[in-house]
Structure formats: C-alpha cells, structure tokens
Design a binder for this molecule. Structure first.
Ligand code: SF4
Length: 187
C-alpha cells in the first residue's frame, strides 16, 4: 500500500483553488482517493476550498461516469469505439447542418470544461469550424450580462468592475455566498 500526495488545481471555477489530494495505491495496482483538502501552500487560495472540490471524488468514482463513447440504439445505450464515434458525429453534424443550416447544431460548455486546459486551447477551433451562433455555456446563463454592461460602459467586455471589499462597510448579498463559492469574478 502506497500513499501519495498530489498537488493540483480545482478546475470547477475560475477561482482555481489549490488542492492536495491523497491517494492510496493497493498491491493490485488499484488507486483510491483518501482525501481532498485545500492546499495551504497555494499562494492564491491559501488553503480555501469549497464543497464542490471536496465532492470531486464523487465524480471520479461515480459508477455511471462515462469512460467511452455511448450510442443510443432504440431505448438502449451501447458502448462504441472512438473511431466509430468520431465518424458518426462528423457524418451526423454535417448532415444536420446541410439540411437545417449551421445554427441547427448547438453547443453547451459547462464550467469544468471551460477551465480544462485542453478544451480551453482547442474547443474554439472546433466550435469555429461549426460556424454556429447557437453556443451556450454557464457564462451565457450568469455572466454575459456583466460582459455586456462592461462593453457598453467601459468599452470592453472584460473590463469587469471588482468589488472593493477591503473598503466596504456594509455589503448586502442576495442569492450568493462568497465564503462557499470563493466569490465568482472577485478572485
Ligand atoms: S471555489 Fe470551489 S469550485 Fe471554485 S476553484 Fe475553489 S474549490 Fe474549486
């Protein structure tokens, strides 16, 4: 039995908190997560962690987690090979767009994928080739109004005003808990 400490960053939101993940490898080679904690040595988050990161092991160990492409056949789901999946997706996407227009294909990117390094650097190439305006994400749900206001008021969508918490005497927050979420955008 070998215990290993991994230093990682949580990619669930832009706060990018530092994590220490302890794993235990058994003699048969199987590895289990023993704990996920905030990394006190992380210069940015300094040990902060929210409940979402603690629950990362539930995603890792979820028996229903997808580990290979699945194809729906009638009411059944069948595992298929990656080559077959890519060929099928390419054929169906181009067929749908040829028949119904480019915008008939929509994409949705959730927060973890937006903060995934590979997807961050490469998904825009793929989405650009799709030439669809039907693009949605966690941002289009809760952040685009901020970007639009910044564009209109300050001239650029990323000139985001930051709360001056250090000089605030009274702050009323409705529908949020920065102590739990680490304050989206504040970080
Ligand atoms: S605030 Fe929570 S979800 Fe966001 S990076 Fe930190 S631990 Fe992850």
């Amino acid at each position: 039995m070998t215990k290993t400490l991994h230093h990682r960053a949580c990619h669930l939101c832009e706060a990018i908190c530092g994590l220490t993940i302890e794993t235990e490898t058994q003699a048969d080679g199987s590895t289990q997560i023993r704990s996920i904690k905030g990394d006190a040595q992380d210069s940015f988050s300094r040990g902060h962690i929210c409940p979402k990161a603690v629950a990362l092991q539930d995603i890792q160990n979820d028996p229903d987690r997808l580990r290979h492409p699945m194809r729906r056949v009638g009411s059944e789901w069948q595992a298929i090979e990656w080559d077959e999946a890519f060929a099928l997706v390419a054929e169906r996407l181009s067929d749908i767009q040829a028949r119904h227009g480019a915008n008939a294909v929509a994409s949705y990117q959730g927060n973890p994928s937006v903060h995934n390094y590979g997807l961050l650097t490469h998904s825009n190439y793929f989405l650009g080739l799709l030439k669809t305006r039907s693009r949605f994400s966690a941002t289009s749900v809760d952040q685009l109004p901020h970007h639009l206001v910044s564009l209109q008021m300050y001239g650029h969508g990323f000139l985001l005003p930051i709360c001056d918490i250090d000089h605030t005497d009274f702050m009323l927050i409705l529908g949020g808990n920065p102590l739990a979420s680490n304050g989206s955008i504040m970080t």
